[in-house]
Write a protein that binds this ligand. Sequence first.
Ligand SMILES: CC(C)(COP(=O)(O)OP(=O)(O)OC[C@H]1O[C@@H](n2cnc3c(N)ncnc32)[C@H](O)[C@@H]1OP(=O)(O)O)[C@@H](O)C(=O)NCCC(=O)NCCS
Length: 213
Amino acid sequence: MVSLVQLSPVELETPKGLVIFEGPVTDSYLDSLSMNKGLTNFRPPDRQKEALKQITNLPDGMIFIARHEKEIIGYVTFHHPDDFSRWSKHPRVLEMGGIEVSPEWRGCRVAENLLKLAYSHPAVENFIVITTEYCWHWDTRNTGLDIWAYQKMLTRLFGKAGLEKVTTDDPDILEHPANVLMARKGKNVSREDIMLFEQMRFLRRYRKVANME
Ligand SMILES: CC(C)(COP(=O)(O)OP(=O)(O)OC[C@H]1O[C@@H](n2cnc3c(N)ncnc32)[C@H](O)[C@@H]1OP(=O)(O)O)[C@@H](O)C(=O)NCCC(=O)NCCS
């Protein structure tokens, strides 16, 4: 279970105003804040706030936010992989589920600083953090980027937090050539858990070797 040690908030002066980065936050703290209306990438802001609150109560759930005054302008989520995913069978995989910054605050290094804070949390070192990047979630309309430029922007951004592109035969990733799986192996993850992860990246091969099919 992820320890919910709260990190000291970090401040960033941006051309649009002061942004505070903090987390992991609790559901009651989220309740005391409003959601920026532009946070619509995954679902409407009110529903997204409910989803964030639910994640704070999951055993491995963590939410980090970027806040301007009393308004959430960005967030990043961490949780155990969904039960239907192959990664849920690995004891040390944590998923970075989503990161979003409101369009009016983009380009101000909010995402970069949010990730910097989140990946400074000691709990992250106990996990292989993965992110499954599906191009149908990307905001090509507001960013003006095509999917390839968007992929480059994301892999560079996540690369700064220590995530690396990894290959896999996961059918959801293979569904579109722009999709990517990225992973970051925490310092405290055992060699055995890293080896298991490497095997699970290519499940068909693993199942054959392990005589599972
Ligand atoms: C991806 C996203 C979180 C980036 O947020 P952001 O706060 O604008 O990012 P930052 O200001 O920290 O910039 C980080 C890097 O991305 C680059 N970048 C961000 N937006 C860009 C754009 N529209 N065009 C070109 N580069 C861009 C920045 O130049 C910077 O790169 P650099 O370090 O090489 O200069 C934001 O666009 C977003 O919320 N998108 C919708 C949700 C999404 O796609 N999430 C990822 C999948 S879960």
